[in-house]
Write a protein that binds this ligand. Structure first.
Ligand code: CP
Ligand code: NVA
Length: 304
């Protein structure tokens, strides 16, 4: 039966660790996998802009011996020119897998339900699973494992935050979320991940103050205050989130040598300052690089 990757919630810890082991092998021996997906084609249907996701999937597919096809909003106006189901059924006749970047999460679910080929969520308003997996892989790599790690996510309780919550909960990583009141993660995601984390001897805690949230943190993570599609709220959010900026002062309240993470793109001077983003403990470009390695592993698992 075909498998999709729509949310990290749907993966078991073993499945995630298997993706990480394959990623290790892909990183260590690129040449060995140069024909792994020979003859396969991946379609990228993107309704929002992208640098990392698009380029890492396209180049990753190329490095595995396959092809990719980028379909911009003008080509496939999902649900406008034709229904998601009709797009999914047509592409299933030509293509071996779909990466979908969209607004409403239900579009990913509909695409996965109606396509007979694997569908990968390349970011929805609700989640960003490829990001969350690459992030935990990066922490595992930098911290030499995931035991006794506490990640503090500071900022908007958005798609990236949701995927980190599921990933940390599944892998037994402690997570603190520091968000302004009214901008916390979805309550269902929070409760779900709390119970999953408990089963894995980890805890998930919510704070409405950034300094409380970074206390005891080994990793500090942030993302933009206004996500794609929320641009008109940018000004209002800049005021509301002002005390949640990741700057030297905040970093000093976390554990010594805490890693700095950001999914990028960053709004420098807003959610994070230049000195922190470009500082000694920043791993943001390793994170960006690992997107490609982890996604290659995902592609092999789903498309081969
Ligand atoms: N982090 C990430 O998904 O970046 P892009 O929006 O550039 O793809
Ligand atoms: N939360 C951001 C992530 C970008 C990779 C957004 O959705 O725009």
């Amino acid at each position: 039966m075909k498998k999709d990757l729509i949310s990290i919630k749907d993966l078991s810890a073993k499945e995630i660790m298997d993706i990480f082991s394959l990623t290790d092998r892909l990183k260590n021996n690129k040449a060995k996998f140069s024909k792994a997906l020979k003859g396969k084609t991946l379609a990228l249907i993107f309704q929002k802009p992208s640098n990392r996701t698009r380029v890492s999937f396209e180049v990753g597919m190329f490095q595995l011996g396959g092809n990719s096809l980028y379909l911009s909003p003008n080509e496939i106006s999902l649900g406008v020119r034709e229904s998601i189901a009709d797009v999914a059924k047509t592409l299933s006749r030509y293509i071996d897998g779909i990466v979908l970047r969209t607004f409403e999460h239900k579009n990913c679910l509909e695409m996965a339900k109606t396509a007979s080929i694997p569908v990968i969520n390349g970011l929805s308003d609700f989640s960003h699973p490829c990001q969350g997996l690459a992030d935990l892989y990066t922490i595992r790599e930098k911290a030499k494992g995931l035991k006794n790690i506490t990640l503090a996510y500071i900022g908007d309780g958005n798609n990236v935050c949701h995927s980190l919550l599921f990933a940390c909960a599944k892998l037994g990583v402690n997570m603190h979320v520091g968000s302004p009141k009214g901008y916390e993660p979805d309550l269902l995601v929070l409760n779900d991940s709390k119970s999953m984390a408990e089963l894995n001897n980890a805890s998930i805690k919510l704070f409405n103050n950034a300094f409380d949230a970074v206390k005891g943190a080994d990793v500090i993570y942030t993302d933009v205050w206004a996500s794609m599609g929320q641009e008109e709220e940018s000004r209002k959010r800049r005021e509301i989130f002002a005390s949640f900026q990741v700057n030297a002062n905040l970093v000093n309240s976390a554990n010594k040598n805490a890693l700095i993470m950001h999914c990028l793109p960053a709004h420098r001077g807003e959610e994070i300052t230049d000195d922190v983003l470009d500082g000694k403990y920043s791993v943001v470009f390793d994170q960006a690089e690992n997107r490609m390695h982890v996604q290659k592993a995902i592609l092999i698992k789903l498309l081969k």
